[in-house]
Design a protein around this ligand. Sequence first.
Ligand code: FE
Length: 228
Amino acid sequence: MWFRQLFDAESSTYTYLLAARAGGEALIIDPVREQLPQYLRLIRELGLKLVIAVDTHTHADHVTALGALRDATACATWMGEQSQAECVSARFRDGESLRVDGLRLRALYTPGHTDESYSLVMDDRVFTGDALLIRGSGRTDFQNGDAHAAYDSLFNKLLKLPDETLVYPGHDYKGWTVSSIGEERRWNPRLQVASAAEYASLMAALKLPTPKLMDIAIPANLACGRMP
Ligand code: FE
């Protein structure tokens, strides 16, 4: 399997390129518009054909490359069924699988950071978007975020995966690249709570600044990265 973890330093976003085999079909998760040339180069150099570009949720901190990748490669663009982005070509539902060549990714609805956030489960790993970060979790204070829903997604969905499942998040700000469900259960400070109410008060106390790109990124991302 080809598996590449790519990084956008400006927004600390991880993008994942997956393909079952050299010369085969590929899927990309959470691409960043500014990194389009790098993705196209890597796809070309590995001899891959991009067939699906997927966003785990509508991002507030960077502009998606979904539209640009569709223009460049004619790939399908996918988001979850709750997404308000009218430009996507297809939507998945909770439990549905995305299939590319020999790869199968199961969509797991994990709202809380936004009300349309999904994680994608594949074999030994899960791509968590911003639902679960390494030693952290996605903020819940805008974009229909809901700390109680986030608690449910974390404790009743993601933490139900086997402990050895690798966790590949949508962002990291400290240099972490990969973790596991068991490691996060034990060491993630956000997960050391006894109830949804306790999680909600922990999240409410964060008082985070507004992402600097938010007013640009959200409208652009609802149009798959084209500026309104
Ligand atoms: Fe996000």
